[in-house]
Structure formats: C-alpha cells, structure tokens
Design a protein around this ligand. Structure first.
Ligand code: ARG
Length: 460
C-alpha cells in the first residue's frame, strides 16, 4: 500500500488520474539536501521542546544523515508512489527508524517545509549564478583592458554615430551584469526569512522555536506572520525577474556578438571551441553560443510570467497552485548555469579584428559632432554649428570626399570659423581622448572604470 502523508480520513486511495496530476517528486527531488537540513533543524527544536528524548534525537539525526548519504549514493530513490520529496523522505525515515520516524512531522506541514526548502535552494543557487556572472564580467573586463585604446564605430539605431573605445562598449555590458549581481545580493536580504514554524498556516501549539531554526538554517530571521510565510512566493518571483533581466542582458550581448562575427562587420573571430559548423556548408562558422543566449532569454522571461500568472488572484494561504512555482524556478537556474559559462568562454576567447574596427570607426562622417563642438568652442551657437556641419556632410557625399579631405576654400565657404586647423579635431584618437569627462569614452576614463569595476567585483 503506497504511503501517503494524509491517508487517515480517506476510505479509498487516489485515482490514477489524480495521482499522476498531483505528483511532483520528479522535479522536487532536487530539494533533498535542503529538506533534510530543515528536518535536522526541526528535530533539534522538537528535542529542545521536550518532544524528543536525547536518545531519540541522536537516532533521528543519525537516520537523516544516513538518508542523505543514501540519496547521494543513489541507493535511496523516490518511487512512483511517492507524491513529493517530503513523502519520499518520510518513507526513508520510517524505513530507518520505524515509528520514531513519524515524530518528526509534529508541528510542521509540507506548506512551511516547501516554502523553506525553496528559499534554501534558491539562496544557494543564486550564489552560483553570481559566481558565473562574475566570470563573465571578468572575461569582458580582460578584453576591455586589451582594447581601451581600440577605436570602434559607436552606434545608435545600428548606424555609425560617434567613434568609441571598444573597451568602453564592452564595459557597458559589464555594468549591466554588475547591476544584476547587485540585484541578486539585495534579493537575498528579503529571501533570508525562514517560514519553518508556520506549520500549515497558523503556527504551532507546540513550543517550537522558529528563530532558532531560522538561525540554524542560515536565515536572518523567522517569518513574523505564519500566513504570509506559507503563501508568499515573492522571493521566487523576484528571483525570476532578476533571472529574466540577466537573460535580457545576455541576449543583447549575444545579438552584438552575432553582428560582430558577421561578414559585414568582421569585428571579431570566434574561437573554434565556441562556434559551430554547418552540416552542408563546409565554410560556415556560426555564433550558436550567442544565439542560444539570445534564444534562451525567452524562457527566462516566460518563467517569470508563468509564476506571476500562477500567483495572481490566489487567496491566502497555501493553495496547491503553488506547486507550480518550482519548475520555472528550476528551469531559470538551470538555464543561467548553462548559458553564463558558455558566454564567458566565447567572450574570453574571441579575437578582435582591431585594424578593421579602427579603419571603419570614422566611417559615416562619425567625426561630424567633433567638428560642430569645435565651432561651439569658437563661440558659434550649437544650432548654427550643427547646420553648417550638416551642409559640409552633404557636400562631402555629393563630391565623394571625407570631412578631412575638404580644401581650405571648401571649409571656409561654409563658415568663416572653419579655418584649416579644424582638421586637427578630425582624428579618431583625438575624438576619443577629448571625451574625458567622467563617464566618457576617453581611454583613460575606460581604465578608471576598469579599476572601479574590478574593485566592486573583488568585493563579491
Ligand atoms: N508538493 C507541494 C508543493 O510543492 C507541497 C505539499 C503541500 N501539499 C498540500 N496538500 N498542502 O507545493
């Protein structure tokens, strides 16, 4: 007869259809270490409350330790009859302890257990995600350091706008990922609340000590409201937002890498280890890593939507709908832990085609703003300067010339301020170096950013 945690008041067992609908052990099995940690803490609290003798506590902890070992070794596995991870583990405990195993459930419900397990799991895995983010940031920063002085065409609307340091562009991505790291560390403060002790919804009449349990499990405090504790999944939704945001950042970087690797850009060459071939076209080298990063952001966003939709309109407190919280959360963690190392490897190993990038940096009259700003320094209102340089650009287009190739006459005809020495500002390195105020693309400012970013990353 399959063991259930709720058989007493039922005459028949569940129908096959209900059993199949209800089962979650195929995905919540990964919570085993967290469920067992919470069980050990609960056992100690029952002992302190006088509900377990010294000897019973020893046997209980021994059995939980042995169960953990057996799960790790694959000796203890869930069966088709185990509804969820809690059911399976109670079976394991009863197999080891007989009726003593049944004492651990006192004062505890699967409702506070599952909320606790999921928080423990997520806090643990958020730390892994942060580590992988830091590795990606480190790879981007190493490239940025090499290319602080490399000029690239900076774009808006995917059109040449103004030259930038390629390192500056790479660090722009690092800032985005650094905010993701910040978000996850800040999220942890709110996630660090222990639901254990809340029972099904109202707390327990037994003299438990939720604060002691919270402390033993590494939480900062016990939940101040038992109803909120078992109903709240904000911590999961907020994590999924952070994961979706990381996904969006990965997809934007991924899209840039797809462009950079294209024949039209040819800014980078991907390492063989991080690119793929075609089954028909022998010459192909495809940016699949970047495309999968871009593609998998879809499921990260979907996971957030999925959970928010599940939560919307749920009355307090626990409802079985909440069982649907876990698969999106697990999928988000798995996805990030897959994508982040691949993107870090792709970035770390890509070779930058410096010559091509620099050669195209001034294309599309990208230094026109520098000319207009020079006129401003000579007292011309920007509105007029903008107009004058606009005329120059049209003149250049019609005559197939670059701004720097205009004759003295051609310049001065457009504005008396366009004396021959204006050609001095028409250099890409000059344009970069001139943007030297805080936050600008000057290579020296890029190096300052690197120092500051490395300090904050080292503080992680
Ligand atoms: N497996 C459930 C979940 O994932 C926990 C069990 C609570 N079940 C219940 N009938 N109260 O949320």
């Amino acid at each position: 007869k399959p063991m259930r945690l709720w058989g007493g008041r039922f005459e028949s067992g569940p129908s096959d259809a209900l059993a199949r609908l209800s089962v979650s052990v195929h995905f919540d099995w990964r919570l085993v270490p967290y469920d067992l940690a919470a069980s050990r803490a609960h056992a100690r609290v029952l002992h302190r409350a006088g509900l377990l003798s010294d000897e019973e506590l020893d046997r209980m902890i021994g059995a939980l330790d042995d169960l953990e070992r057996a799960c790790k070794a694959g000796e203890f596995r869930p069966t088709v009859a185990d509804e969820d991870v809690h059911t399976a583990l109670e079976r394991g405990l009863l197999e080891r302890l007989g009726s003593l195993g049944g004492k651990l459930r006192a004062g505890r419900s699967r409702n506070d257990q599952i909320a606790t397990d999921l928080r423990l799991y997520l806090r643990d895995h958020a730390r892994s995600v942060v580590s992988r983010l830091v590795e990606l940031e480190t790879a981007l920063m190493a490239q940025a350091e090499q290319h602080a002085d490399t000029a690239a065409p900076g774009m808006t609307h995917l059109q040449h706008a103004q030259p930038v340091s390629f390192g500056h562009q790479l660090l722009a991505h690092v800032h985005a990922f650094a905010r993701d790291v910040d978000r996850l560390t800040d999220w942890d403060k709110r996630a660090a609340i222990s639901p254990l002790g809340s029972g099904a919804l109202a707390g327990s009449s037994l003299p438990l000590d939720p604060q002691a349990v919270a402390e033993e499990l590494g939480f900062s405090a016990a939940a101040p409201n038992s109803m909120d504790a078992v109903a709240d999944r904000d911590f999961a939704a907020e994590f999924l937002f952070d994961a979706a945001m990381i996904g969006v950042h990965l997809s934007r970087l991924g899209e840039e890498i797809v462009l950079w690797a294209s024949q039209e850009f040819r800014w980078i060459e991907m390492d063989d280890a991080y690119s793929t071939g075609s089954s028909i076209m022998p010459q192909k080298k495809n940016p699949d890593v970047a495309e999968l990063a871009r593609g998998k952001s879809g499921r990260l966003i979907g996971n957030l939507m999925s959970l928010l939709t599940t939560l919307k309109g749920l009355p307090l407190t626990y409802n079985r709908d909440l069982q649907e919280d876990k698969e999106p959360v697990f999928d988000a963690v798995d996805t990030l832990l897959l994508v982040l190392p691949a993107m870090a490897g792709l970035v770390a190993t890509m070779r930058i085609n410096t010559a091509r990038m620099e050669a195209s940096a001034p294309d599309g009259f990208a230094l026109a703003t520098d000319l207009a700003e020079l006129l401003v320094r000579r007292g011309v209102p920007f509105r007029e300067a903008h107009e004058a340089v606009g005329h120059l650009v049209v003149w250049c287009q019609v005559n197939d010339k670059d701004l720097g190739e205009l004759s003295d006459d051609e310049l001065v005809k457009v504005s008396p301020h366009l004396t021959p020495d204006v050609r001095d500002v028409l250099s890409v390195p000059g344009a970069l170096a001139a943007r030297k105020a805080y936050g600008g693309t000057a290579p020296d400012r890029v190096r300052d950013q690197l120092v500051a970013l490395r300090e904050s990353v080292d503080a992680q």
